[in-house]
Design a protein. Structure first.
Length: 135
């Protein structure tokens, strides 16, 4: 298809669109969790029990909220991109397991699984040239 044939020349722009879109959404969802305080962090960190970790739910919840909120910002600018993708991938695996093990089923876990797949791919692709990392 000739009309779309040249879009391959703009892969770095496509990565920028993905980074900005995902970054904004992770800030949007992470900021309220971060500002929710200790009760919010404890509830969020309680999800770690689904991976066999039963201690420090407040700490795990705070770390998850920080990863979402600040990770979203770092995604947008493309700084420490791969480590951020790894942290968000782990965060989303825990979220997916929580949804699956609380009886929500695949339909409840689908969004977390889809985002985890995207971050798994981005770990290998990198941030593109329109980033602070420029790799």
């Amino acid at each position: 298809m000739a009309l779309l044939g040249n879009l391959g020349n703009y892969k770095n722009f496509g990565l920028l669109i993905i980074r900005i879109g995902l970054g904004i959404m992770f800030i949007y969802h992470g900021y309220p969790k971060l500002m929710g305080g200790v009760k919010s962090w404890e509830h969020l960190g309680g999800s770690m029990k689904y991976v066999g970790i039963h201690f420090w739910p407040i700490v795990w919840g705070l770390l998850a909220a920080v990863a979402e909120c600040f990770g979203g910002f770092l995604l947008i600018i493309g700084l420490v991109f791969r480590p951020v993708c790894i942290l968000l991938f782990i965060n989303l695996v825990v979220a997916a397991l929580m949804h699956l093990r609380t009886g929500g089923g695949l339909s409840d876990a689908a969004h977390a699984i889809e985002d985890a797949i995207v971050f798994a791919g981005l770990i290998f692709i990198g941030p593109g040239k329109y980033s602070v990392d420029k790799k």
